[in-house]
Design a protein around this ligand. Structure first.
Ligand code: C2E
Ligand code: CA
Ligand code: CA
Length: 266
């Protein structure tokens, strides 16, 4: 075996997919005021046989470029729905967010496959949020907007991810008509140091209100940020202040222990 040529990154990725080494981790999404965990974002991790955890920054792009992202996304969603089954079925308000690559989102058959998987798991479409990044512009914005309208008509929620750092300015927000804006960590980082970050977030809060969207602040690391974000009018958040992304078992324990406690006050 050692005499075989080294495998290419793609061969390694295929082998990892084949062996089921790409797994969902979960990061809580919580109410900033109460600390209640009302949702989770699914974040992919590659768990090597030796236990080493590889970050998605190392393999998502390759998966996107080679079409592996599609089977990978469906595998992650199926696994996550099974992992969080009791939570999703026991609490109709609990939401699971999943990152969808823009190219995959506009693919033929995307909506049917999504519906099939969610229905098979016995989970309501309302409990699933699709996160679409603003980092990449859609090649065909009209088609993207049509798919957003279709999935929303079926009950799914749509979030625009990484808001504020993409190249599309505000046009993505106007075009897609999503339910949720996820404000990028970039603004959250400086919220207690730089008045302009507070102004920007305030502006996004007003924009969201006018367009009947809600806001989730990403990458919150400190209690003081929670306080300032509440003052800005932000309702929900995500970040190391509550928990990094963790495996399903730890996530379920966290929810059981944490629900009802105050994120800003313990
Ligand atoms: P993202 O969707 O913006 O996810 C948020 C990232 O911020 C995650 O990185 C998360 O671990 C990190 N994060 C959350 N809170 C904090 C914090 O308080 N401090 C800091 N420093 N970081 C925080 P992660 O898991 O490494 O994922 C990176 C990106 O990879 C994601 O960014 C997303 O764009 C992509 N990604 C991950 N999983 C998937 C997937 O299943 N499908 C697709 N298409 N993309 C994925
Ligand atoms: Ca995301
Ligand atoms: Ca993000």
């Amino acid at each position: 075996r050692t005499l075989l040529r080294p495998r290419t990154p793609l061969e390694e990725l295929d082998a990892a997919i084949e062996r089921g080494e790409i797994e969902p981790y979960f990061q809580p999404i919580f109410d900033l005021r109460t600390g209640d965990i009302f949702g989770a974002e699914l974040l992919a991790r590659w768990i090597r046989p030796d236990g080493k955890v590889i970050s998605p920054a190392r393999f998502i792009e390759l998966a996107e470029e080679t079409g592996r992202i599609q089977p990978m996304t469906w595998h992650l969603l199926r696994t996550a729905l099974a992992d969080l089954r009791s939570l999703l079925r026991g609490d109709a308000h609990f939401k699971l967010s999943i990152n969808i690559s823009p190219r995959h989102f506009v693919c033929e058959g995307f909506v049917d496959e999504l519906r099939g998987i969610v229905r098979e798991a016995g989970v309501g479409a309302r409990q699933i949020t699709l996160e679409l990044t603003e980092r990449e512009a859609f090649e065909d914005p009209a088609r993207a907007a049509a798919v957003v309208a279709e999935v929303r008509r079926l009950g799914f929620k749509v979030a625009i991810d990484d808001v504020g750092i993409g190249h599309s300015g505000l046009s993505q927000i106007q075009n897609l008509r999503a339910d949720i804006l996820k404000v990028d960590k970039f603004f959250i980082d400086s919220v207690n140091r730089d008045e302009s970050a507070v102004i920007m977030i305030g502006m996004l809060v007003r924009l969201a209100e006018e367009m009947k969207m809600t806001i989730v602040a990403e990458g919150i690391e400190a209690r003081e940020q929670v306080e300032t974000l509440i003052e800005c009018g932000v309702g929900s958040g995500q970040g190391y202040v509550v928990s990094p992304p963790v495996p399903a078992k730890s996530f379920l324990e966290l929810v059981a222990n944490r629900t009802g406690r105050d994120a800003a006050g313990d």
